[in-house]
Design a protein around this ligand. Sequence first.
Ligand code: F6P
Length: 545
Amino acid sequence: MTAEKKMPNETKEWTSLREHYEELRGRRLKDLFAEDPERARRFSLEACGLYLDYSRNLIVAQTMELLFALARAAGVREEARRMFSGEKINSTENRAVLHVALRAPLGERIEVDGKDVVPEVHRVLEKMEGFARRVREGEWRGYTGRRIRNVVNIGIGGSDLGPNMACEALRAYGQKDLRVRFVSNVDGTHFVEQTRDLNPEETLFIIASKTFTTLETMTNAHSAREWCLARLHDPAAVSRHFVAVSTNRSGVAEFGIDPANMFEFWDWVGGRYSMCSAIGLPIMLYIGPKRFREMLAGFHAMDRHFAEAPLESNLPVIMALLGIWYVDFFGAQTHAVLPYDQYLYRLPAYLQQADMESNGKSVDREGRRVSYHTGPVLWGEPGTNGQHSFFQLLHQGTHLVPADFIGFCRSLNPLGDHHDKLMANFFAQTEALAFGRSAEELRGEGVDEKLIPFRTFEGNRPTNTILAERLTPEVLGAIVALYEHKIFVQGVIWNINSFDQWGVELGKILAKKILSEITDESVPLGHDSSTNALLSRYRARRRKD
Ligand code: F6P
């Protein structure tokens, strides 16, 4: 019989970290920098076009050594090897986790159940490329012969957030006469507003759903078909205006989309890890196959870095360990991602699913309730907007909010001195968060004594700074893969399955039942008193206007 695996917080590595935390917690970043002139150099590194400065974290060299020891004890390297080699590490769904295969070059061999999946990946990529070229060059036309001017992606969660985020992030590289829109919400407002000004004759719908059963997506897809046929009348038009991205061939055929117009992916691609698969079709249509390949190359470079670099100089590993340091030792409950680039305004939303659906778990891989904290609440907004909104709390609130600042040396839209002003704020914020402003400094500046408590900044608020040269498709790929692997490492250390999402199921089941009760008022309501009262009220009023 094998001994039960220890929980991470029962290991000697965790105990050492706890003791170390007690010694370190009173230390100030200001003093740590004063004591070690090499600190910025010591705690920074560069890989895949990203420069990471993590010196403004509440750490000393020993902290990192202890964290690396924790990673080693958890078997981070071995688990990564298992993922990269196609083992079924998603144990509750008995699936391999191989988003890394989606960006592996042809010739690399990655097997699932003894079959090399890389040639399949490239076959679909080529099919996507052929299609993207035809649409972009006007060869693929609508039913009435008009050029496709609008692409509307219908999908939700992983079938929406990645392509949506990337199309916004890479707008500077997008085809100017092609509009790409996204409809995800089952709220009819989303569909109506996103299609209001579009001509169905010039519109291509991509129905993106791994399962092809998701309520929101299927509802929007049916509305899209009606919207299209209301103008085109002939059901034969569907094949010119609808394509599908899915793992469910029969579901696609049942909906009425020609399987020849289906771009497939596989059950070993998790929804939230799928933007490099055919789910990325809107990205490819918008930025073109060449740029899409550049994005994949950025992902792949980070995959190689993660797989090969020693833990001590491994970007995702370091960011993962710092995250654990704050969640489990400092008690941080949230983590902010703050891109100083307007193009990245959807990145926090994208990372919310990637991180929170992956590591928002309270049961470990053995099925035991964990006795430590796992994934934090992830949130964020682009700078400088956030500065005029929630930064007050970051600077002077009672919660510790570790934050990642992401910025670029060169703007894609050089306009007067905008970029220098943006970046001056970027650098100023992390400096202010780390070092604050003391009462003595304020007195030295002659600040009224009564205002000193209000104008004091404690500092000691930890941040990572990620600085890249320019936002290119390649750099975007590297950034996303950095977070994917960070999430993976944290899941390994917390000993949770980062690749299932059972927590979203209950709501879906209840909604199905409630929907039938709403539409058939003869069904007696058998819920709790609160739900019953709300449903009765809704039933009575829902069609009054
Ligand atoms: O409900 C959660 C979820 O299953 C996500 O994990 C997934 O990305 C999303 O729904 C959409 O699923 P599908 O691509 O199968 O429509």
